[in-house]
Design a protein around this ligand. Structure first.
Ligand code: GLN
Length: 507
């Protein structure tokens, strides 16, 4: 096992720019690690070995020629399979797109290429990003490197598992209700959902367009900041892309680690703090310890109340299926993707082909949500369901506005529990949905959120996560507080969090 897989992206950046190691060596080390462990983990749906080595060799040549390269040039990255990649398969975890090779790159992928990161491959996910465990992938579940019998979170469980298994130092995710933050929480990694509109949605296979946001995943706060900087930026191809207000997140992460957070006000959200919300004792214990560390570092902890958050999950499960049912209508067997002829029909009509294709191509969870969304949008029920959910959304935005009047950053546990066993919630959609009870409000309001590891829960020895939330376009606050808390935690653990565990366990 090469020592290079232990390194953070920031460390690799230093080694690469000083010429101590080559991009080819770094890429090969990660490809070897993937070959060694991914049979067990199944983080990747597609590994792009040859292309990755060619990209890496090109970076090495450019560096030797004295070209000015970005900080992450030559650093490998795993890309969630919801992002279109020209020439590489893109399935979004669905049979509907099996074998599809997109003719274009998503804007985020283009930005990664321009910054000369090396794409290792595409990571597994719940079908069309619906789920909290990757068990809804049409290509089989991903396994959590901490315990292979457990889920790695979802929908972006392939990306989080790749990081936790040291198969990649960086990964991308998308977060519609928690799919970056919850996988980060249950794998002991860091994930950030930026402000809505900060990262272009062009070329991301849409789930719910008013909620979807792509963001960075890594093993440290600084690494997520370095990747955030590459991913974010205005894009004329996305009409909801922000034109301004991109704070310097890398500077914020560096400042948080060195200058601390004295004087900052941190709001604990009462409605997301234990009680009867199904929060595991060990998750709450680590959360409270993090609060104590923040207090010691000079932050002031206040309690804030966001009463409408208790209706967030219900509103989300009307708005998301409504938008998803409309977005997924394009999979009609006529233009691209799967086409299935109905059995026993000699000259089927277009409608019959559509019905047979959608019956065969979509999994159960996707069908459930299409039915729910179509119902919520139907003319007799539109006001009662979709309309009411939109009103709740406004109330949640007001709650955030009021809370940010009292505190600079808000905090809660990320996910109420640690990683559960594969199969444990498959027959119980509601308990699966409850995984995101604390992450969904941020998507409904468009504000940014980060999850970082708070330690291991006593009862099962598995990672717990703490969530930080900031006002829209103040993503830098997440990085400042996140980096400060991370350095206090690392000090209290006596060393980096993951290296002692998944790396040693998975030799
Ligand atoms: N788990 C949530 C859901 O199933 C969130 C998904 C996501 O963020 N893509 O909808």
């Amino acid at each position: 096992m090469s020592e290079l897989i232990r390194r953070t992206a920031a460390e690799l950046s230093g080694l690469l720019s000083s010429g101590e190691v080559s991009a080819v060596e770094v890429t090969q080390a990660h490809l070897d690690r993937i070959a060694q462990v991914d049979g067990d983990v199944h983080a990747f749906l597609h590994v792009a070995g040859e292309q990755a080595l060619a990209e890496a060799a090109a970076v090495d040549t450019a560096r030797k020629a004295g070209e000015q390269l970005g900080a992450l040039a030559g650093v490998p990255i795993a890309v969630k399979d919801v992002m279109t990649t020209q020439g590489l398969p893109t399935t979004a975890g669905s049979k509907m797109l099996e074998g599809w090779i997109p003719p274009y790159d998503a804007t985020v992928v283009r930005r990664l290429k321009e910054a000369r990161l090396v794409t290792l491959g595409k990571t597994n996910m719940d079908e069309f990003a619906m789920g909290s465990s990757t068990e809804h992938s049409a290509y089989g579940a991903t396994h959590n490197p901490w315990d292979l019998d457990r889920i790695p979170g979802g929908s972006g469980g392939g990306s989080s598992a790749a990081l936790a298994a040291f198969e990649a130092p960086l990964a991308t995710g998308t977060d519609t209700g928690g799919s970056i933050r919850q996988p980060a929480s249950v794998t002991g990694t860091v994930g950030v959902k930026p402000t809505y509109g900060a990262v272009s949605r062009y070329g991301l296979i849409a789930l719910a367009s008013s909620l979807d946001q792509a963001g960075p995943c890594a093993r440290t706060v600084l690494d997520t900041a370095l990747l955030h900087e590459v991913m974010a930026g205005h894009d004329p191809l996305d009409s909801t892309s922000l034109t301004d207000g991109y704070p310097d997140v890398v500077a914020a992460a560096k400042a948080g680690a060195t200058e601390g957070i004295a004087g900052l006000k941190i709001g604990v959200i009462r409605e997301l703090h234990g009680g009867d919300g199904g929060y595991q004792a060990g998750v709450m214990a680590r959360f409270d310890e993090s609060l104590a560390l923040l207090t010691k570092a000079g932050a002031e902890i206040v309690e804030v109340s966001c009463p409408s958050f208790t209706a967030a999950l219900a509103a989300y499960y009307l708005i998301l299926p409504s938008e998803a049912s409309s977005n997924l209508a394009k999979f009609d067997a006529m233009r691209y993707g799967l086409r299935v002829g109905p059995a026993g029909v000699e000259a089927p009509s277009a409608e019959q082909v559509m019905a047979a294709t959608r019956a065969a191509g979509f999994g159960d969870e996707v069908k459930r949500r299409i039915i729910l969304g179509t119902y919520a949008l139907s003319s007799g029920y539109y006001d009662a369901y979709y309309g009411s959910a939109q009103k709740v959304r406004t109330l949640i935005q007001r709650d955030f506005a009021a809370a940010f009047g009292q505190a600079d950053v808000l905090v809660s546990p990320t996910s109420p529990t640690t990683a559960f066993k594969l199969g444990a919630k498959l027959d119980d959609p509601l308990s699966m949905y409850l995984q995101d009870v604390a992450t969904i409000p941020a998507n409904l309001a468009g504000v940014p959120g980060m999850s970082l590891p708070s330690g291991l829960a006593d009862e099962d020895g598995l990672p717990a996560g703490i969530q930080l939330l900031a006002p829209a376009q103040a993503d830098d606050r997440l990085y400042r507080v996140g980096a400060a808390l991370e350095s206090l935690l690392v000090e209290s653990w006596g060393g980096p969090f993951l290296a002692k565990n998944t790396l040693e366990a998975m030799k």
